[in-house]
Design a protein around this ligand. Structure first.
Ligand code: UDP
Ligand code: MG
Length: 312
């Protein structure tokens, strides 16, 4: 029996990119005649003609399947929906903008089919075409999160990977609401081989990530896979208690020896401001975790499907 590879493609306003994407992957799929392919396009509440474009592809190719959301739920939700929906023995996740070269697929398949590896993942080794300031913060983020979390996050890792059914089943068994895929892929373990390639620019359209969105995503990632920030608050508190104790003792001794009990008003104000600031910071960190816990406990669906190719 021929094995089936599912290609999962989250799409948010990707109308111009879909056709070139499909053609490229289709070409590769014909080169790999020893396996069958299915496409799972996940329309993440696009506002442009993405859905129309997918229907057009579907009209000419039975292998094209789709899941259409009731609104935009974000790329993480779209990825999960694709993984839930895919039928394949092997499952690949790819962006719609051809930043993940389909030409790598045959080599990736060769690696997983031997059974030595459960997953082939890709990372880009250059960040060409990206604003330098963004690359700088991205590097800082990976250094930070790898120090704070036991789960390893690979710098430059893309969400372009080919996984076995077994690994995908492990990933979709995790139904957490705050999803940070890079961490989840790493959390489930299994043997992963990394393939490196140079950054490729989008074929059409624009990136959906503003600097602010990336910043929020970074905080999400840290909260989801590390509780170190909570410990930082406790450690800071301990340090400041010790400092305060030493200061109190010095001041008492100084006052007993020299008198002068009321000097040092400016330093008092500085201390009050600093302590107030630190307390708010610690509260903020706790609040961040509390908010995440609150969202998890509501058990809201991670995505809502409006339509698939089975509904007419
Ligand atoms: N995407 C999505 N939902 C969103 C944002 C993005 O499904 O809310 C998809 C998008 O269509 C693309 C992929 O996620 O296929 C990666 O997005 P993008 O290319 O903007 O990210 P970048 O490559 O710049 O990191
Ligand atoms: Mg992209």
């Amino acid at each position: 029996m021929k094995k089936l590879i599912s290609i999962i493609v989250p799409c948010y306003n990707e109308e111009p990119a879909l056709k070139p994407f499909y053609e490229e992957v289709n070409k590769v799929s014909h080169e790999m005649s020893n396996v069958d392919f299915e496409f799972v396009f996940v329309d993440d509440g696009s506002r442009d003609g993405t859905m129309r474009e997918i229907e057009k592809l579907r009209a000419n190719d039975e292998r094209v399947k789709f899941v259409s959301f009731s609104r935009n739920f974000g790329k993480e939700a779209a990825l999960l929906a694709g993984l839930d929906y895919a039928q394949g023995d092997y499952i690949a996740t790819m962006d719609a903008d051809l930043q993940d070269p389909p030409a790598l697929l045959p080599a990736m398949y060769d690696v997983v089919k031997t059974g030595d590896y459960d997953c082939v993942a890709t990372r880009r080794v250059s960040r060409e075409g990206e604003p330098p300031i963004r690359s700088f913060f991205a590097r800082m983020f990976y250094r930070l999160i790898n120090k704070m979390s036991k789960i390893e996050m690979v710098d430059g890792a893309r969400d372009y990977r080919l996984m076995t059914r077994q690994m995908v089943d492990a990933i979709i068994s995790m139904r957490e609401y705050n999803r940070y895929s890079k961490g989840l892929f790493s959390f489930v373990g299994f043997k992963t081989k990394w393939i490196e390639y140079k950054n490729v620019q989008r074929v059409a359209g624009e990136t959906h990530w503003s600097f602010w969105k990336l910043f929020v995503y970074a905080i999400d990632g840290i909260c989801a896979f590390s509780t170190v920030p909570l410990v930082i608050a406790a450690v800071l508190g301990l340090i400041f208690c010790l400092v305060a104790f030493v200061l109190i003792v010095t001041i008492v001794i100084k006052t007993l020896l020299y008198g002068d009990p009321v000097s040092g008003w400016p330093s008092t104000i500085c201390m009050i401001l600093m302590m107030g600031g630190l307390q708010l910071l610690a509260l903020g960190i706790i609040g961040e975790y509390l908010a995440k816990t609150y969202l998890e406990t509501k058990h809201r669906p991670i995505y809502i499907v409006k339509r698939t190719e089975k509904d007419k």
